[in-house]
Design a protein. Structure first.
Length: 152
């Protein structure tokens, strides 16, 4: 588990603190969504979350929980490469990383670039931002290709 949390309970406690700072509570539905996101590496679609949660949360409640978690900065909604939104725990909770995205099946895998490489990416992002009069505060990079499961 990233972000220095040894257990899911420690992660949930951190989420509860972030929600409280945003004036929100950690409801049972929100707790279950956080747990489902923590169980599997990589961003998840609503359909994947629904499968993981079973009948524990009605679909409308899942969407409301995700909206609150995104608003509080606990969950990030990722760009839609294939028209399907994906959600993952915020980097403040799980650590900085990037994604390998399969353009055939939509599979998304988390990857950490590592110290020197991430520092070089940060410098590049700031440099590109300065060229356009933009102050870069962070970056997300998706590397798009085909995964080993898909025929080439």
């Amino acid at each position: 588990m990233g972000g220095g949390y040894a257990t899911t309970e420690e992660l949930v406690d951190a989420v509860a603190r972030r929600l409280a700072a945003a004036g929100r509570r950690l409801t049972e539905h929100r707790r279950r969504v956080v747990g489902a996101l923590a169980e599997t590496p990589g961003p998840r679609t609503v359909a994947e979350l629904t499968d993981a949660l079973g009948d524990a949360i009605p679909l409308s409640s899942l969407y409301r929980a995700l909206a609150v978690l995104v608003e509080a900065g606990v969950v990030e909604r990722l760009h839609e490469h294939d028209g399907v939104a994906r959600y993952e725990l915020s980097e403040v909770l799980v650590g900085h990383h990037h994604h390998l995205v399969c353009r055939r099946c939509g599979r998304v895998v988390d990857v950490a670039a590592g110290g020197d490489l991430d520092a070089a990416i940060d410098r590049l992002a700031r440099r590109l931002g300065r060229r356009r009069g933009f102050r870069v505060r962070g970056h997300h990079i998706d590397f798009v290709g085909e995964c080993e499961r898909c025929p080439r």
